[in-house]
Design a protein around this ligand. Structure first.
Ligand code: M6R
Length: 617
């Protein structure tokens, strides 16, 4: 969703901010803006469209000097994407300027009060309401900017990350957070500071960063240490300075045409990083501190409830099969957005596993808070270190997939499944629901998955050819059974989100209960037909499609001649344990979506209307 970046110090702010905005593009946005303070003047440019549009507009309209400034990428919530609704927003006096992520829910009431006090508004945004509220508070109370921000935020209902400065006091930026992430980069000797939604805009300048927690704020002043305060009661909190592990290479495309392709190809190493140090095959041990320390909670659980959204929810569905199959623990998988609003029955004997790549998804976060309030033990599976979900859960484990920048999740999915498999195996061993030889066999197979993913990636050229045949299709069906039913859902999601082709995933046997009516010679159907599980049943389903002239793209185990003979196109994956097949079957589906989207001229890394981290509900 929206991205914030800001700079105060001794360097030219413009290149830092514009580069920062480029790095935040992956979050998803529809407009962008920048403000620079230079010699007593604010230079502000905003535009609908991309950061490149902003750059062109800046080049034609303002001086780019100044060592203080802020930038923003906006994902519209209140008001359509246009130049006026873009951020930054300036208060009525023209002095206070602000960028904001999130939603001010009571903005309408606040706006009416401000209108009664003589304020007029240019935009339809809640942000313009907040910046004017800060101005009004300052006027009424004759306080400094930091205090005015604090008082105003105590009147606000909603979620936010904000950065604000006053052009009459250009040596400070005030920042605050509730529900949306905000990082502060600390320059050497406090001679410069950076502000951003994540650390990517400033990693070449500093490795020291403070991540604000919810309900915290800070006045960042040059030459002074940052003090963090609670917004509610002004109490001081310890500022934890983190050493950033991120490096530039990780957030660049590294020779690939798109981040998505880079991330698809990174899966062998990402999966290895997920199990490294956890899967100790020679000792026949799987260990993860978060699980070991809470083993009793897991073993005494009546059931596991998995909450997540989108692709992470699909990983949760795969986990349902794995946990029930291997560890014999009942599992329910819930959309976080539904779970949080349906008064679910949760007890202290439930273990809730929250899965999230970004660790910032608003609905998942809310589901976690609900589960905690009912006494459940909540375990988080996140990729982004230090994210809100990682902090909000009782315990957890990171996937260690490295930054995922393409909006379409790829390596996040396979690393989540890897981690969930490790947990299921560990619990199965502890419960005695898996024999020692099966346990060893699974470990061995899991360890071989990266090599097999590499092998699956070798079908890329063949998949490109298949993509070329079907790039003009208007609909797709994806079918799978058992462990590969969630993969069918994931394959369909991947295709729709980046190529804008309508696609649906179905359990193969459900086809006869409705979707079969859609099948004719124009309908491509991707069928996952590995030689494990319900192979014969899936072969029958393929025959049924064939008799209705559907075009079959089959994902098959290498060496399978039966399905190859029937299918129009077959893509091979190496053989593995049934429970691990999703880690391989998903690879050709990712590549197929990717190539179709590229061939259709779509913006693969930043599909329309989508955001990488959905921080509003
Ligand atoms: O960061 P999260 O894993 O919590 O995100 C959840 C979904 O928004 C995400 O998986 C989304 O569905 C992906 N764009 C799909 O590729």
């Amino acid at each position: 969703m929206c991205g914030i970046t800001g700079y105060i110090g001794f360097r030219d702010a413009y290149p830092i901010i514009i580069n920062g905005l480029r790095r935040l593009e992956y979050r998803g946005y529809d407009s962008a803006g920048i403000v620079l303070y230079n010699e007593g003047k604010l230079n502000l440019v905003k535009t609908k469209g991309k950061v490149s549009d902003l750059e062109s507009k800046v080049a034609n309209s303002i001086e780019t000097g100044g060592t203080l400034g802020m930038g923003h990428t906006r994902w519209a919530t209140h008001g359509i994407p246009n130049d006026i609704n873009s951020h930054p927003h300036v208060s009525q006096s023209g002095n206070i300027v602000m960028v904001h992520n999130g939603i001010i829910e009571n903005y309408d009431t606040l706006k009416k009060e401000l209108v009664n006090r003589g304020y007029t508004f240019q935009s339809d945004t809640d942000t313009e309401v907040l910046v004017n509220l800060i101005e009004e508070v300052q006027k009424q109370n004759d306080v400094k900017l930091g205090k005015a921000v604090q008082i105003a935020l105590n009147e606000v209902v909603g979620a936010y990350a904000i950065a604000v400065f006053d052009q009459r006091k250009p040596d400070e930026i005030v920042v605050a957070r509730l529900g949306s992430p905000l990082a502060i980069g600390i320059g050497k000797d406090q001679l410069e500071y950076f502000v951003a939604s994540d650390a990517s805009p400033f990693i070449e300048y500093t490795k020291d960063a403070i991540y604000l927690e919810d309900e915290e704020m800070a006045v960042i002043r040059l030459g002074r240490k940052v003090k963090i305060r609670k917004i509610k009661d002004d109490s001081l909190v310890d500022a934890n300075v983190h050493e950033l592990k991120l490096n530039l290479e990780q957030i660049e495309k590294g020779g690939y045409e798109h981040f998505m392709l880079k991330e698809i190809y990174q899966q062998p190493s990402a999966i290895t990083d997920t199990y490294r140090g956890r899967l100790l095959r020679e000792e026949a041990i799987i260990k993860m501190a978060g699980v070991e320390d809470n083993m009793k909670r897991f073993l005494n659980a009546d059931r596991i409830i998995i909450v997540a959204c989108g692709t992470s929810w699909h990983a949760g569905l795969v986990a349902e099969y794995i946990f029930e199959d291997l560890a014999r623990i009942p599992v329910e998988v819930e959309y976080a957005s539904e779970f949080r609003y349906r008064n679910p029955i949760i007890t202290e004997k439930d273990v809730v596993i929250a899965i999230s790549q970004s660790g910032e998804t608003a609905d998942t976060l809310a589901a976690i808070k609900l589960a905690k309030s009912k006494g459940a033990f909540v375990f988080g599976i996140c990729n982004v270190v230090g994210s809100s979900i990682a902090r909000e859960t009782h315990a957890g484990a990171y996937t260690h997939a490295g930054p995922e920048i393409g909006v379409a999740s790829t390596k996040a999915f396979t690393t989540q499944i890897t981690l969930l498999t490790l947990i299921a195996l560990r619990l199965a061993r502890a419960k005695g629901t898996i024999s020692s030889s099966d346990f060893r066999q699974h470990m061995l197979e899991l360890e071989m998955i990266p090599k097999k993913v590499e092998q699956a990636l070798k079908s890329d050229e063949h998949i490109q050819k298949v993509a070329a045949v079907f790039k003009g299709a208007t609909n797709f069906l994806y079918l799978g059974r058992g462990y590969n039913f969630p993969v069918a859902l994931e394959g369909a999601l991947k295709l729709k989100e980046i190529s804008y082709i309508h696609a649906e995933g179905y359990p193969a046997a459900e086809m006869k209960h409705g979707p079969i009516a859609l099948i004719d010679e124009n309908m491509p159907i991707v069928v996952i037909a590995t030689n494990k599980g319900h192979y014969d049943k899936v072969v029958s389903n393929i025959q049924e499609i064939k008799s209705r002239k559907g075009k079959i793209i089959a994902i098959v185990t290498e060496g399978d001649e039966t399905v190859k003979d029937i299918a129009d196109y077959a893509i091979e994956i190496p053989e593995t344990e049934e429970s691990l097949t999703p880690l391989l079957t998903t690879i050709p589906l990712q590549l197929l979506s990717y190539h179709i989207a590229v061939m259709r001229g779509c913006n693969v890394d930043q599909p329309r209307n989508l955001a990488k981290a959905v921080t509003v509900e």
